[in-house]
Design a protein around this ligand. Structure first.
Ligand code: MLC
Ligand code: AMP
Length: 507
C-alpha cells in the first residue's frame, strides 16, 4: 500500500541532487534538500520520543523561519496534526485555541514562554518547547540529539494533517480539519494548472500560519523541487530586488499594492518572473491593470479558503484569458455551483451562494459535528459563505459575502468577536463593526458604538483597550460613538447603511 502521508508525497518529489539548494533565506543562509530531509527527521524523531498518542496536535506560535517550516514538515512526517497560530494572537485568543485543541505539544517563541507555557499547561499540554527565528530555543536543542533518519509514518488520505482555525460568524472559532488527501490532491492539481516547471524559484514572503503561505506556496515549491527564497517578513523593496533571481511570487493584494508604490518596480525588475499569483482577498481591477502596465505581467487571481484550500483559478495559458475582477474557473476535480437562498439552482450569470465539492474539501470542524453538518447541504456540498456568479464562459466572480466577515490585508476579521468585546466594556450599550475600503489593506474595520444612558465612552480608549487584548489586525482603525445603530424592520442592524456612511473615511 502506498503511504498517503503528505510528507511522503512531497519527499518523493525532492530532487536526486540532494546537495542543491532548497531554501535560501533573506539573510544569506542556504538549506539543501538533504538538510530538509535530515532536520525534519531529527524533529520527527524528537516528537516520536515523546510517545504521544495517535492524532496528537502540535501547536506552533513562532516567528517565520526555516526551522518553523521544518517543524511543520516533521509533524507531518511523524503523522501528527499541525496547528499553526498567527503570531499576532494575544493571551485570550491563545487560551481559547489551546483549550479547544488540547495540543500535546506547544512550540512558542522564547520570549513568550512565560505566558504561553502557563496557558498550555492549564490546557493539559505536557510539552512546551521554544523556537526563536535565529535557530535558538529548546526545540532545536533537544532535536540536536536525535537521529537524522526517520521512517515516514503511514497515513491514509482521510487522516487529518492540520487544523486551521477560522473565526466563526457567531461565537467561537472553528478548527477546520484538513487531511493529507485534501492537501496532496490540491498541490498536485495546482502543480499542473499553474504550469510549475523545472528551474522555477519561488519568492516566499507570506506568513506561514495560514493556508496561503503554508500550504499553497510551500507545497507548490516542494512538489516541484523548486528553490524558495525565504523572507521572514514582507518588504516590497526586498521582493522587487529578488525578482531577478526568481520566477514565481504569491501574495495577498496588499503586497501588490505596496510594491506598486516602489519606483524600482519596472518591466526590467520583473523580466525574469514567470508568474504572479494573488489571492485571499479581492484584487482590485486598478491593481490588476496597474501591475500589467508597470511590469508587463498579468496577475493570476485565484480563490480559496482554509476549509477547502484552493477552489478556482484564472487560467495559466493563454495569458489573455486571465480576467481581472474574476477568480477564474473551478480547478480540475473541484465542483463549484451557485445556489439561491432557498437552495434552488440559479440561471447562468445570476448571483447566489457559492457551494463547493471535491477531494480538497475538509473533513469537518474539530469537535463540532453540529456546526459541520450545518455548513454542508443535504447532497454534500460545502457552503462557502461567499456570494458570486458564474458566467456563460464559466468564469466565477465573487461579488460579496453572506458571512459577516472583513478581510483586512488578507487576514479575516469576524465582527461578532470584536463587537462582543466592545459590548463588555463599561459605558457601552451596543456596537457594530463594519468593513470599509482602505487603500493599503483593501478593507479595514470601523467600530460604531452606542453609549449606555448617561454614559460617555471614548472611541480612542476603546481602540486602545482592544489593542491590548486582540491580535493587531483585528483592532478597528477607528471607533465612533453614535446615538443609535440603524435597524431594519426585523430589528437587525443595517450594516450596509453603516458601511455606506463611512465608505470614504480612508480614501
Ligand atoms: C498589519 N496591520 C494590519 C494588518 N497587518 N491592519 C489591518 N490588517 C492587516 N492585515 C497593522 C498593525 O495592526 C499595525 O498597526 C501596523 O499595521 C503595522 O503592523 P505590522 O505587523 O508591522 O504590519 P506589516 O508587517 O506591514 O503587515 C502587513 C501585511 C500582513 C500585509 C504584510 O498583514 C500580511 O502578511 N498579510 C498576509 C495575510 C495572509 O497571509 N493571508 C492569507 C490567509 S489564507 P498599529 O496600529 O499597531 O501600528 C486565506 C485563504 C486563501 O485567506 O484563499 O488564501
Ligand atoms: P480564510 O478563512 O482565511 O481561509 O479566508 C477565506 C475567504 O477569503 C474566502 O471565503 C473568501 O471570502 C476570501 N477570498 C479568498 N480568495 C479570494 C479572492 N481571490 N477574492 C475574493 N475573496 C477571496
Amino acid at each position: 500500500m502506498t503511504n498517503e502521508n503528505l510528507f511522503a508525497v512531497l519527499a518523493a518529489a525532492f530532487p536526486r541532487e540532494r546537495d542543491s539548494i532548497a531554501i535560501e533565506t533573506g539573510d544569506g543562509l542556504a538549506y539543501s534538500w538533504r538538510d530538509l530531509d535530515r532536520a525534519s527527521a531529527m524533529l520527527a524523531n524528537l516528537l516520536e520520543s515523546l510517545k504521544l498518542p495517535a492524532g496528537s496536535r502540535i501547536a506552533a506560535q513562532v516567528d517565520k523561519s526555516v526551522e518553523a517550516l521544518l517543524l511543520y514538515l516533521a509533524t507531518l512526517r511523524a503523522g501528527h496534526i499541525f496547528l499553526p497560530l498567527n503570531t499576532a494572537y494575544r493571551k485570550a485568543e491563545i487560551e481559547y485555541f489551546l483549550g479547544d485543541a488540547e495540543p500535546a505539544v506547544v512550540v512558542c517563541s522564547p520570549g513568550d514562554f512565560g505566558w504561553v507555557s502557563k496557558l498550555a499547561f492549564a490546557a493539559g499540554t505536557r510539552h512546551v518547547f521554544t523556537l526563536g527565528d535565529d535557530r535558538t530555543g529548546s526545540l532545536l536543542d533537544r532535536a540536536a540529539h536525535m537521529a537524522d533518519r526517520h521512517e515516514i509514518a503511514a497515513r491514509g488520505a482521510d487522516d487529518v494533517a492540520a487544523i486551521v482555525y477560522t473565526s466563526g460568524t457567531t461565537g467561537r472559532s472553528k478548527g477546520a480539519m484538513i487531511t493529507h488527501g485534501n492537501l496532496a490532491s490540491n498541490a498536485r492539481v495546482l502543480k499542473t494548472f499553474w504550469g510549475w516547471q523545472p528551474g522555477d524559484v519561488l519568492i516566499h514572503a507570506l506568513p506561514i500560519f495560514h493556508v496561503h503561505g503554508l500550504f499553497v506556496a510551500v507545497h507548490g515549491a516542494l512538489l516541484n523541487a523548486s528553490r524558495m527564497i525565504w523572507l521572514a517578513k514582507f518588504d516590497p523593496k526586498v521582493v522587487i530586488g529578488k525578482m531577478s533571481e526568481a520566477t514565481v511570487f504569491m501574495g495577498v493584494p496588499t503586497l501588490y499594492v505596496r510594491m506598486l508604490q516602489e519606483k524600482a518596480l519596472t518591466r526590467e525588475a520583473a523580466a525574469n518572473m514567470r508568474l504572479f499569483i494573488s489571492g485571499s482577498a479581492p484584487l482590485l481591477l486598478d491593481t490588476f491593470d496597474e501591475w500589467k502596465a508597470r511590469t508587463g505581467h498579468t496577475i493570476l487571481e485565484r480563490y480559496g479558503m482554509s476549509e477547502t484550500v484552493m477552489l478556482t483559478s484564472n487560467p495559466y495559458r493563454p495569458v489573455e484569458a486571465r480576467r481581472g475582477g474574476t477568480v477564474g474557473f473551478p480547478l480540475p476535480g473541484v465542483g463549484v455551483r451557485i445556489r439561491a437562498a432557498d437552495g434552488t439552482e440559479v440561471s447562468v450569470g445570476e448571483i447566489g451562494g457559492i457551494e463547493v465539492k471535491g477531494p480538497n474539501v475538509f473533513k469537518g470542524y474539530w469537535r463540532m459535528p453540529g456546526k459541520t453538518k450545518e455548513e454542508f447541504t443535504a447532497d454534500g456540498w460545502f457552503r462557502t459563505g461567499d456570494v458570486g456568479r458564474i458566467d456563460a464562459e464559466g468564469y466565477v466572480t465573487i461579488v460579496g459575502r453572506s458571512k459577516d466577515l472583513i478581510i483586512s490585508g488578507g487576514y479575516n476579521v469576524y465582527p461578532a468577536e470584536i463587537e462582543a468585546r466592545i459590548n463588555e466594556m463599561p459605558g457601552v450599550a451596543e456596537s457594530a463593526l463594519v468593513g470599509v475600503p482602505h487603500p493599503d489593506f483593501g478593507e479595514v474595520g470601523v467600530a460604531l458604538v452606542v453609549a449606555k444612558a448617561g454614559e460617555r465612552p471614548d472611541g480612542d480608549a476603546i481602540v486602545a483597550k482592544l489593542k491590548a487584548e486582540l491580535a493587531n489586525f483585528k483592532v478597528p482603525k477607528r471607533c465612533f460613538v453614535v446615538d443609535e445603530l440603524p435597524r431594519n424592520a426585523m430589528g437587525k442592524v443595517q450594516k450596509n447603511a453603516l458601511r455606506a456612511r463611512h465608505e470614504r473615511l480612508f480614501l
